[in-house]
Design a protein around this ligand. Sequence first.
Ligand code: NAD
Length: 289
Amino acid sequence: MKKIGFIGLGNMGFEMIQNLNNSSSDIIGYDINKDIYQSLNAKNIKTTNNIEEIFKNCEVIITMLPDGEAVNKVISGNINYASEESIIVDCSTIDIETTKHIHNSAKKLNLLSLDAPVSGGVSGAKSATLTFMVGGDKATYNLVLPIFNLMGNKAIYCGEDGSGQAVKICNNLILAISMIGVGEAISLAKKLNLDLKKLYEVTSTSSASCWAINNYFPVSGIGPVSPADKNFTAGFSTDLMKKDLSLAVDASKNGSEFLSFLEQALEKYKKMSEIGKGKNDFSEIVNNV
Ligand code: NAD
């Protein structure tokens, strides 16, 4: 039985840890926000107020944190407590530079590490249907695969250290732009007096179909239940999407690439934050295209 520590129990981590808890492993969670503990404890999920305990006692340490700064703070601040057999698995979406720094710090201490960001949103986290994109050593990936399979239905090995984050950054660039495209189509459809239910019915099964339409159609009462049905409560916040697009900008600058739709999309999500909607779901962009 493996002892697994899970750090970061927000929108995603709160759901992921519950699926881990369905296994025979011994699970323990940690977050700086202790408000979440009560509902997890009520479901027999253990939590700790002492992050060191996780690093000292757990064979697998999973992080699901907002950004590279938080991941670096948590891992660099505590990695020295970890025992040699530990595997560090970062599932957050963060910059490639910090990811490589974490991998190198782990290697110096003879620890194993993976970058393993996810796709599938809070609904995928809840239903254990996430896709993991994994970077690091293939042998470490094979060791952790049974744990990924408890939280998702696909874990794709992408290559060397940082490859998981690189794929995730490209994935979210596509998602950010496609949601804006869906928003423009909805705006045009309204001007053309179209029934939006018909727009959904056709586009979800036609050449326009994509995740933003099929799983997340951003109009209340149409398509599967999505943040649009909850007044755009996140889900995946505009601020997190803005962060991911900034990661893409940084990554593209390193390769001297200029990606014009990336720049335009980032501007639009930044404007959403400026009008006080940073905490709302990113799909509210459809009303601000
Ligand atoms: P969130 O903000 O809801 O949760 C982050 C959690 O980390 C919070 O509970 C916060 O209290 C905790 N935290 C912050 N700093 C900490 C620290 N130093 N120590 C311990 N806990 C700390 O974010 P989320 O939506 O759960 O996303 C987490 C990560 O997953 C992000 O990197 C995001 O980009 C990525 N992601 C999110 C989604 C989504 O749909 N929400 C989908 C895919 C990937």
